[in-house]
Design a protein around this ligand. Structure first.
Ligand code: MV4
Length: 460
């Protein structure tokens, strides 16, 4: 087993990794920017090292800075967490070339799945259903996009070939929109990913975003740990996730799970990964992309399977074969994760500042993952996710009740959060019935606007 693992991340996931290492008897090194001098992950690790200034490009995203910490402190493994360098093939390769174990897939698989049109092509060839869309390496010019639409028909979704997670995505419903939005999406992709390559997909409305958790070892053994429903997103930022998907059946889980395992096995993937699908109302499902990292929402899968995903990722990276068989994986009860963001509830913009005091919820089936403490300053430089509340119960109805109690109990003073939004979602009859799709939050927001209008009229 590894002796010393460097955690190339910050916040809740860094803490999650440090805890897993403690259980495994692995010493930890935290890295931090100057803005995170007093961060909890720094205090929790055995050793810590400052890797640069506040700007992520010069610290958490700097391969040279992190590699120099790895070598100076004698780490034999690196865990990238999520975000930052977690899906950077060059980083995985730099670790391997320095003789350090990267806790994640090989660089080849990170690059392969990062090239979304290529991933589509491979999946299609392997018999995993994909949506009708651009063929080949994608499109960079409007006229090529127009040619694709001739074949696909509207509506289509423009996506960035180097993207993922929704950045650079645009829904297009007619030729005018295409001419206007294609260059915009392409510019966004170039700014975010340094790539002008785009691809189109038929836009599937009222679908559910269902993703399967994969575990694969270095000997091509792979299993799935069931699914998560991640349909509730705002501007492609997830708001809450749950496991199992409320409309899943054992038959459909077996079918989608087989497709997900095949997606991983056909490329010889190893470590943890997530295969994202869209599930249409008619029961058909389509591969959209594969994420080659541990995800923010891994906790809901852990709660319903009892499997420690971070520990598994480390064991796999250390070359251990999977000990678990597919038939041993059991889904027990229901789990929901509520992402608590430091954000203004009216504008949904980040609202950093100092947490003057706080009280965390607790009790049976309530898990809180956070890096908060009284006096903590939420930095402006990074993602505003400050806590995850993960509830687990025998069934979804009780998980919702438990979540209501936990969200009411959570006190965070000094900064604004989205906790009230979560409570409103939990009051929504469609959400409670499990009847929602990727459109839910857009419609939900519209309803909120309507509700606000009369008050505004009265005030003026
Ligand atoms: C889609 C889609 C519908 N049709 N692709 C969003 C994140 C990214 N990983 C994939 N996403 C989607 N891709 C096609 N062809 C719907 C989503 C989607 C979504 C879209 C709008 C609003 C909320 C959404 C939530 C989840 C998924």
């Amino acid at each position: 087993m590894f002796k010393k693992l460097l955690v190339a991340n910050r916040g809740t996931i860094a803490i999650r990794i440090i805890r897993a290492c403690r259980e495994l008897g692995i010493a930890t090194i935290a890295v931090h920017s100057t803005a995170d001098q007093d961060a909890l992950h720094v205090r929790m690790a055995d050793e810590s090292v400052c890797i640069g200034p506040a700007a992520a490009e010069d610290s958490y995203l700097s391969i040279p800075s992190i590699m120099s910490a790895v070598l100076t402190y004698g780490a034999d493994a690196v865990h990238p967490g999520y975000g930052f360098l977690s899906e950077n093939g060059d980083f995985a390769e730099a670790c391997r070339k320095s003789g350090v174990n990267f806790v994640g897939p090989r660089a080849r698989h990170i690059r392969l799945m990062g090239d979304k049109p290529r991933a589509r092509r491979i999946m299609k060839r392997a018999g995993v259903p994909v949506l009708p869309g651009s063929e080949g390496t994608g499109v960079t010019e409007l006229r090529d996009a127009q040619a694709d639409v001739k074949r696909l028909g509207y509506p289509v979704l423009i996506k960035a070939a180097a993207g993922g997670g929704g950045k650079g995505m645009r829904v297009v419903r007619d030729a005018n929109e295409l001419a206007k939005l294609f260059p915009l999406a392409r510019a966004e992709s170039e700014a975010a990913f340094g790539s002008r390559a785009m691809y189109l997909e038929k836009y599937l409305e009222n679908a559910r975003h269902v993703e399967f958790q994969i575990l694969a070892d270095n000997n091509r053994s792979a299993i799935h740990l069931g699914e998560r429903d991640c349909s509730l997103q705002r501007r492609h930022q997830k708001v809450l996730e749950e496991a199992p998907c409320p409309v899943m059946t054992p038959r459909l889980r077996e079918k989608m799970g087989k497709a997900a395992v095949r997606a991983a096995q056909v490329v010889g993937y190893s470590n943890v990964g997530t295969v994202e699908f869209l599930l249409a109302a008619d029961g058909e499902f389509y591969f959209i992309e594969m994420n080659t990292r541990i995800q923010v929402e891994h906790g809901v899968t852990e709660m319903v399977t009892g499997i420690d995903l971070v520990k598994e990722s480390i064991l796999i990276a250390a070359g251990k074969p999977l000990t678990l068989k597919q038939r041993q994986v059991k889904i027990t009860g229901a789990a929901i994760e509520y992402r608590v963001y430091a954000e203004d509830p009216d504008t949904h913009l980040p609202s950093p500042g100092v947490v003057s005091s706080h009280h965390s919820p607790g009790g049976l089936g309530v898990r809180v993952e956070t890096a908060l403490y009284d006096g903590y300053r939420v930095p402006v430089h990074y993602d505003p996710l400050i806590a995850k509340i993960i509830v687990h119960a025998e069934d979804r109805a009780l998980a919702i009740k438990r979540a209501q109690a936990a969200l009411h109990e959570y006190l965070i003073e000094g900064i604004k959060t989205n906790i009230a939004l979560h409570l409103r979602i939990l009051d929504d009859p469609d959400f409670v019935a499990g009847q929602f799709s990727t459109n839910f939050l857009t419609r939900f927001d519209r309803r909120e606007e309507v509700a606000v209008e009369p008050r505004l009229a009265k005030a003026s």
